[in-house]
Each structure stands twice: as structure tokens, then as C-alpha cells.
Design a protein around this ligand. Structure first.
Ligand code: UDX
Length: 440
């Protein structure tokens, strides 16, 4: 059993801290946001993540998990300190390290014995060394020993608990063997493959992994756009190329581009990092540009079917950047909804859980419902932006009766072509042949 302090109770910190407590460690999760900490103390989780609240409550009850705003005390009592604070994007596309910097100083000031300081936040290469330097500069007693480790997270929102408990690998970049062994041991109960490396390589692995996945998505979206012109079906193409184990079948779903808290931020940050060392990362710049353009293909598709969108009622199905989350950060809907409003369409938006988040962005300019059938009622067309189960499981026969016209533009390829053809829909999706009524 280890005493762990996790600083920052955002997504990464909260999930990681909870999982570390669930495997038997004593964990205190800290934040400067006292409202958040008060909620967490009562077992109320401020983010939407399936299953998390239950595991938080279980570990509070077992006395392994606690929450605090007293960061100095948490540091003093811990032998492992995880830094999991936010690293938002700056206007130039780099990572804003002010929170990491401030935590590093506080750690230095409160050191009272050997500790391992682990960086879990996504940070540019070189940040681990900077944290090491800052802690050293702020040490009360210069003889105190410590080590810095980079242990990047690979959690996906919506399946973060499962991703953490069954992690595919733990990357541990350390400044000493002693620290690497401590963090490797901490990960033993996860029964995962452990890779021990140097600090800089671990930091680079995080960016390289996320940017590679983003590249895979932009690549399949580009292939989808060509498929549409040559009469091929991108889902078949993805299946065919994914059978090659060198390529792999995952992250080849064509759609309206990637969003969320990681890929957009990390792709920009890596371009920025490359620039700072004199490398023009043209490949990744193209990935970003392709993703920006991909978000708007569904607007063109709607206009292709409906013509002028002015005054037409569009049922927008899904607002979150992906299913099982209420996260709207960099969601494609943030570009698509305003583009449709500029064309003076009437938007009725459905999302099972992200409505209050969406209201922050769209205000009263659209109407909202968390009832998918209500959203579809008398709509001139449906536009699918998030592949929620509630959307994928829709009975198309019933949908046809609800809508004013049987038109679906599907940005997430939710339905097999045969199903929509049989149900009598005009159906335009991504990278697949169009279904039009004359062929039904
Ligand atoms: C991602 C990484 O997967 C995770 O390892 C990292 O730690 C954080 O960033 P997350 O942003 O939660 O996780 O979601 P993910 O499931 O990876 O999806 C990211 C985006 O890519 C979503 O907008 C999704 O719709 C899109 N996507 C994903 C596709 O368009 N096609 C795919 O095949 C896969």
C-alpha cells in the first residue's frame, strides 16, 4: 500500500486516483476548487463518466480515498505525488503550463522526505525536467531527495474506468531506477505491460500516440471523401485495410472528424513543439486541416438534399463529441450548429446528457430535447452528429412516420445501407454510396 496524493481532480486525476485507491492504496485527491472537493467528499462526481461515482463511493467507504483542498498537507503525507492538473492550449497552440509550474513549486516547498513526483498531465517534452528544476529550487532543505517520473494517461472518456483498470500498457519515464521501480510496482495489480524508459521519451510517447490516432482518423476521412466520388464504401475499405495487423482495425471509423479534450489540443501542441525545435510538421498540419474541413461536410450534404436550408426544421441528433460523455470540448457540433444557423435553418437538438453544456454555446438559438422521438417529430431532415446508442437503435419505420420527410444525413455511419433502403429513406452518410428514393 502506498500513500498517494493526486493534485488536480479533473478527468485524469479523478479517474487515476480512484483506480489507485481501488487497487488498495491510500489516495487523497486534491484541488483548489473547494466546491468540487465538497461534492467529492459526499461521493458526488462532478463529471459524467459511467461507473465512476460507484467506485468513488466504494473507496471513500473503505477509507482508502479522500478529498482535500489542503495541498501542502497532502504532499507532506504522500510518498508518491501525481500531478494531474490541466494544460490548456495557449493562443499559439502550445500548452499552458502555469498550473504545472505552480504545483511544482508547492511540492518543492513542502517536501519532507524522499518522494516520487509523477506527471500525468499531457505536457510538452522537457516539462519533467522543468518540474525537477522547480522543485529543487524551492526545496527548504537542499539535501532532500526526490525523483520525477512521466506516466502519461491513455484514458478515453466514456470508458475511462475500464481503460484504467485494464490498461494496455503503463509507460514510465523516470530519472532514476529507484523511482521507475516504485511506479512499476504501483502498476502491478493492473496486470499490464510495463514499459520503463527515460523522461523525455515517455513525454513524447503520449503526443506521438494521440497524434498518430488523430492521423488515422483524418486518413480514413480523406479516403471516405474519395470513396464517395468513386462509388466505394469506406466501411468496407476500413475493414479490408484493418485486417492487416500492421494497420489494425481500430480508429478507422470515418465520420465528421475527431473532437474532445485531447486530439485537437495535442495535435496543435505537437506542431508547436516541432516548430520550437525547427521542424515543420507538415504531415500533422494536414491532419488538423483535414479534420477542420471534415466537420462541415455534413452541412454540404444537407444542402445537397434539401437545397436552401432557410426555415427548414433539422433534427440534430447528438451534440457531445462522442457517445457516453457530456463533454462538448471541440465537439464537431460546435462548428456544425453555427454553420446551419447561418443558413437560417431551424434546429431542434437532441442529446441524452449534454444539453446543459450545449446551452452554454448555443443559448436560445436552438431548441433542445433529451427525447430523441420528440426531436424527430415533423422534422424536414435528421442530422446525426453523435453515434449514441439511442440513435443507433432507432426503429426507422417509426422514425419515418414521425418525420415530415424521410431524410437522414448521417455523420457517423450509424445505419447499414440496406436497412435505410428498406425503410424508404433518403440517406447520405460518410464515404458510402448515397441512398435515394428512386432506387427504393
Ligand atoms: C483520446 C485517446 O483515445 C486517449 O487515449 C487519450 O488519453 C485522450 O484522447 P478521447 O478523446 O476520450 O480519448 O476519445 P476517443 O474515443 O479516442 O475519440 C476521440 C475522437 O475521435 C472522437 O471525436 C471520436 O468521435 C473520434 N473518432 C474516434 C473517430 O472519428 N473515428 C474513430 O475511428 C475513432
Amino acid at each position: 500500500m502506498r500513500n498517494i496524493a493526486v493534485i488536480g481532480t479533473g478527468y485524469v486525476g479523478l479517474v487515476s486516483g480512484t483506480c489507485f485507491s481501488d487497487i488498495g492504496n491510500r489516495v487523497v485527491c486534491c484541488d483548489i476548487d473547494s466546491m468540487k472537493i465538497d461534492m467529492l467528499k459526499k461521493g458526488v462526481v462532478p463529471i459524467y463518466e459511467p461507473g465512476l461515482e460507484e467506485v468513488v463511493q466504494r473507496n471513500i467507504k473503505a477509507g482508502r480515498l479522500s478529498f482535500s483542498t489542503d495541498i501542502p498537507v497532502a504532499i507532506q503525507e504522500a510518498d508518491i505525488i501525481y500531478i494531474a492538473v490541466g494544460t490548456p492550449m495557449t493562443i499559439t497552440g502550445g500548452a499552458d503550463l502555469r498550473y504545472v509550474t505552480s504545483v511544482a513549486k508547492t511540492i518543492g516547498e513542502n517536501m519532507n522526505g524522499y518522494k516520487v513526483i509523477v506527471n500525468k498531465s499531457t505536457v510538452p517534452v522537457g516539462t519533467g525536467r522543468m518540474v525537477e528544476r522547480l522543485i529543487r529550487e524551492h526545496l527548504g532543505d537542499p539535501s532532500l531527495e526526490f525523483d520525477v517520473v512521466s506516466n502519461p494517461e491513455f484514458l478515453r472518456e466514456g470508458s475511462a474506468l475500464a481503460d484504467c483498470m485494464n490498461m494496455e500498457r503503463a509507460v514510465i519515464g523516470a530519472t532514476s531506477d529507484r523511482a521507475a521501480q516504485i511506479i512499476a510496482e504501483l502498476h502491478q495489480p493492473f496486470n499490464t505491460e510495463i514499459m520503463i524508459t527515460d523522461l523525455e521519451s515517455a513525454e513524447m510517447i503520449k503526443y506521438a500516440a494521440n497524434c498518430f490516432l488523430a492521423t488515422k482518423i483524418s486518413y480514413i476521412n480523406a479516403i471516405a471523401n474519395i470513396c464517395e466520388q468513386v462509388g466505394a464504401d469506406v466501411t468496407e475499405v476500413a475493414k479490408g485495410i484493418g485486417m492487416d495487423s500492421r494497420i489494425g482495425s481500430r480508429f478507422l471509423q470515418a465520420g465528421i472528424g475527431y473532437g474532445g479534450s485531447c486530439f485537437p489540443k495535442d495535435t496543435h501542441a505537437l506542431v508547436h513543439l516541432a516548430e520550437s525545435v525547427g521542424y515543420d510538421f507538415k504531415l500533422l498540419k494536414s491532419v488538423i486541416a483535414a479534420n477542420d474541413a471534415q466537420k462541415l461536410v455534413v452541412v454540404d450534404k444537407l444542402m445537397q438534399v434539401l437545397g436552401d436550408l432557410k426555415g427548414r426544421t433539422i433534427a440534430v441528433l447528438g451534440l457531445a463529441f462522442k457517445p457516453n460523455t457530456n463533454d462538448m470540448r471541440d465537439a464537431p457540433s460546435l462548428q456544425i450548429v453555427p454553420a446551419l444557423l447561418r443558413k437560417e435553418a431551424q434546429l431542434r437538438c437532441y442529446d441524452p446528457i449534454a444539453i446543459s453544456e450545449a446551452k452554454v454555446h448555443f443559448g436560445e438559438r436552438v431548441t433542445y430535447t433529451s427525447d430523441v422521438e420528440e426531436c424527430l417529430l415533423n422534422a424536414d431532415a435528421a442530422l446525426i452528429l453523435t453515434e449514441w446508442d439511442q440513435v443507433k437503435k432507432l426503429d426507422l419505420g417509426k422514425v419515418k412516420k414521425l418525420m415530415a420527410a424521410p431524410i437522414i444525413v448521417d455523420g457517423r455511419n450509424c445505419f447499414p445501407l440496406r436497412q435505410v433502403r428498406e425503410a424508404g429513406f433518403i440517406y447520405h452518410s460518410i464515404g458510402r454510396p448515397e441512398v435515394n428514393l428512386d432506387e427504393n
